[in-house]
Write a protein that binds this ligand. Sequence first.
Ligand code: GRF
Length: 205
Amino acid sequence: MPREVKTKIAILISGRGSNMLALADAVSEGRVSEAEITIVISDQANAAGLAHAQSRNLKTIEVERRGRSRDEHDRELVAVLQEHQIDFVCLAGYMRLLSAHFLSAYQNRILNIHPSLLPAFPGLDAQKQALEHGVKFSGCTVHFIDEILDGGPIIAQRIVPVLDDDTEETLAARILEEEHKLYSEALALVASGAYEIVGRRVVRK
Ligand code: GRF
């Protein structure tokens, strides 16, 4: 029987928000039955994802950077998250590093999706890095955020092949399709609480 009290999720975006929509669909279709998407927050007022979120009747909030320091901006973000009693934060194309204050307020409660098989190709342009390196397989990773860029404990990964005629765009599109499935599977695990973090390993309980 589903639990009555849902795990409250905030999704942070900066851009088009396709992973945010995939998560919203997974929740509304009952594939992440123990979670609710409480808010979608963007640091960019013009993020295309905001309109998509509103079209799904999700509550949206803009917490704009407005030239503020990372710390000032994150203090406002954390206040909004706490006001909404958010349990877990999902970064979905959120293009800003997090401050120490944010990390400590939500330690092991912030998830991110990255378009490579971490620890390979962290940072920007992961698909370009994969092509330039010549790997035959890449993929995507959902991980907890810690103080190391794209370096926290790995929750789930999925592999995709790199084809000889791939461009950055075709590879990114193949990876994105898998991202949309992987993120909701990872969120379902986290929202269920049926895992523990042992050293760097996220293992099922
Ligand atoms: C995705 O490729 C994600 O892995 C990366 O940024 C992109 C965001 O895409 N972190 P979208 O905004 O979810 O469509």
